[in-house]
Ligand binder design. Structure first.
Ligand SMILES: [Ca+2]
Ligand SMILES: [Ca+2]
Length: 134
């Protein structure tokens, strides 16, 4: 895990070694386009942790309801398994890994861009199904 974090710190520096023109092109492209990617479960673990700490504004190692993105609150608070009204790092990790495993359609331990897109589409389908049923 430590190695991954070090790498994550070094890569943007390496990427910055091109000319500024290249960098500007890359930024413009990055704004509109996400290259196909494969995320392994291990990488994802690091992302989950970083996201937890980013959201934990008062740094008490818990995500209270008001620290969660508003539209995700209801869903996320289902992960509050000990019912203390906030998500611990373990509760958050379990939720996010469950999400990863749902996206990992062929269960090979990594999520490709196609799988992520498919998962998003099936959520969208589920939502419009809900609306149609009303
Ligand atoms: Ca907190
Ligand atoms: Ca909790």
């Amino acid at each position: 895990m430590r190695v991954l974090m070090v790498l994550a710190g070094v890569l943007p520096v390496l990427a910055g070694c091109g000319t500024s023109e290249e960098a500007a092109d890359a930024n413009a492209a990055a704004a509109n386009y996400r290259p196909p990617s494969v995320t392994s479960r291990l990488d994802y673990g690091g992302q989950i942790e970083r996201r937890f700490h980013r959201l934990d504004k008062n740094i008490d190692d818990k995500l209270s309801e008001d620290e969660l993105p508003e539209r995700m609150r209801r869903v996320l608070m289902r992960g509050d398994t000990n019912g203390d009204g906030s998500l611990s790092s373990d509760e958050w990790g379990a939720l996010m890994l469950a999400r990863f495993d749902r996206q990992d359609l062929n269960k090979d331990g990594s999520v490709t861009t196609e799988e992520r897109v498919a998962a998003r589409q099936s959520r969208r389908d589920a939502r419009s199904g809900d609306q149609a049923a009303r």
